[in-house]
Write a protein that binds this ligand. Structure first.
Ligand code: SF4
Length: 490
């Protein structure tokens, strides 16, 4: 049986970081388990791959049952190609100890065209090492390719009725790019094979490639020496300078010398960290609060995205609002009221959400959001996709004020914000009693995931998770009420 030392995924891993390749091959026990959200992203990638096969229907799948049986897939692919099969899914090839499977292989006259399916909406830079390797292995194993394309999602596609796969996907030829990379691939394979043979871990420094384009599974191991609190990486917009500091032995904010050259934003953050001072521009805050008109509506959306649109009048990766929380203060002396909406997890929640939102938000008074560009963009999309509600939605947009403004403009800055004006940083400092730590759902990403999986749960779990979603979103708007209260006291 043929064996291989590199595959498509280990080659890409090695191109990003040779240490990652070495650890993967020799110390896989150091891998950090992926979380639920990452797993959901992988699962969605598999679904997109299967859907893209419909562009070339009735193909034969060469994928082995078990990944360790890939040599059998190589033999099966060869047999299928030689026996006149026109479309092969997961076609596998091996050359010089390197194994590569291509998502879709299609006979094109006397020639073949290969297609790599990606879940993104464009061809990204990081796809080239992957596709160039496939091209290298396929062509060197004796097959010529007429074209090599990346199939990706078309973010301009709007679903109306049945899903139209020819419109959902776009194909972009990368043949010219991958051909120019063939010499690079050849040399890289030699280099990576040598790395695997080493007797000790390659000495590679931590860099931006640890998180970009993907978060490496060895971060817990390689970043072990970086303190969890007040490290130089907590400096906002610090970029590559943080790595330079680490190499100079500066790991925490208090170790940064006063004369260290920093850009404006991290320098500001460091200054307040070291002094412990709080910046308050009372006049600007007072002028800002002066524009708020009763009744005050504290409003927050939760949204989720689907790579493949499920509902009519939605696009790939469109943010679909499925929930809102609304606290209302009709006057200074009124009791706080609460309203909310949560979709059922099965149907398009938007039309029902819009109808209830229009009633709940009334016709006058300030609508207070935190980071209003997000809510405004979602509202504009709702008005576009449901034009029958465009007029009242437009009125809602015109009443929105952004509670983030005093923090973004640095009219109020506390060192505990750690350079950020996100509500998740501002709230624990201003209202320490109100926090998310005791909640099952603690941030928006988890809320989206829980909602997207709601329909797959049994009815008891669904009831529990709906309550968790409602509790989480309710806290988001209550947080705004409390933050406004703190600002007013100033
Ligand atoms: S964490 Fe960074 S240095 Fe460590 S293996 Fe991953 S990419 Fe390489």
């Amino acid at each position: 049986m043929n064996t291989h030392s590199l595959s498509k995924s280990t080659f890409v891993r090695g191109c990003n970081c040779t240490k990652s390749l070495y650890l993967y091959k020799k110390h896989s026990e150091l891998i950090t388990d992926i979380d639920e959200k990452q797993q959901a992203i992988f699962d969605s990638g598999h679904d997109i791959g299967r859907l893209a096969q419909e562009l070339f229907p009735n193909g034969t799948d060469a994928k082995p049952e078990n990944p360790s049986e890939f040599p059998l897939a190589v033999a099966l692919t060869r047999k299928l190609m030689d026996e006149g099969c026109n479309i092969i899914y997961e076609a596998a090839f091996q050359y010089d100890g390197v194994l590569a499977a291509t998502d879709i292989l299609v006979r094109d006259g006397n020639n073949w065209s290969a297609y790599e399916v990606k879940g993104s909406t464009k061809v990204k830079e990081e796809y080239f090492s992957d596709t160039a390797l496939q091209y290298y292995v396929i062509t060197n194993s004796g097959r010529s390719l007429k074209d090599f394309s990346v199939i990706h999602l078309n973010n301009q596609y709007v679903k109306r009725g049945s899903l139209e796969v020819e419109k959902l996907f776009k194909m972009t030829s990368v043949k010219n790019e991958v051909e120019t990379m063939q010499e690079f691939v050849k040399k890289k394979i030699i280099e990576l094979k040598n790395i695997i043979q080493l007797n000790e871990v390659p000495k590679i420094k931590i860099r931006s490639y640890c998180r970009d384009p993907y978060e490496c599974e060895f971060i817990d191991h390689c970043w072990d020496h970086i303190p969890k609190e007040h490290s130089v990486f907590t400096l906002n917009r610090i970029g590559a300078s943080a790595f330079e500091m680490v190499e100079a032995g500066i790991l925490t904010l208090d170790q940064i010398p006063t004369n260290y050259k920093l850009a404006k934003s991290p320098a500001f953050q460091l200054q307040y960290f070291k002094s412990g001072a709080i910046l308050i521009e009372k006049k600007e805050i007072s002028d800002f609060l002066g524009q708020f008109l009763y009744p005050l509506y504290f409003f927050d959306f939760e949204t989720y995205m689907m790579a493949v649109p499920e509902f009519d009048f939605s696009r790939p990766y469109q943010q679909i609002p499925f929930q809102y929380s609304l606290h209302v203060l009709r006057s200074e002396n009124h009791e706080l009221e609460h309203f909310e909406f949560l979709g059922d997890g099965f149907h398009d929640p938007r039309a029902e959400l819009i109808k209830k939102m229009i009633i709940d938000l009334g016709v006058n008074g300030s609508i207070i959001t935190y980071n209003s560009s997000f809510e405004k963009t979602r509202l504009k999309e709702l008005a576009e996709d449901f034009p029958q509600f465009a007029h009242p939605i437009e009125s809602i947009i015109n009443r929105i004020v952004d509670l983030m403004k005093p923090f973004q403009s640095r009219w109020y800055y506390h060192p505990g914000f750690e350079g950020s004006y996100s509500i998740k940083n501002v709230l624990p400092v201003l209202v320490p009693d109100l926090n998310y730590s005791s909640m099952e759902i603690q941030e928006g990403g988890t809320a989206s995931l829980v909602y997207s999986l709601l329909r797959d749960q049994d009815s008891d779990t669904r009831i529990v998770q709906r309550k968790q979603l409602l509790d989480y979103c309710r806290l988001d708007t209550l947080a705004m009420v409390e933050i406004l209260h703190v600002l007013r006291k100033i």
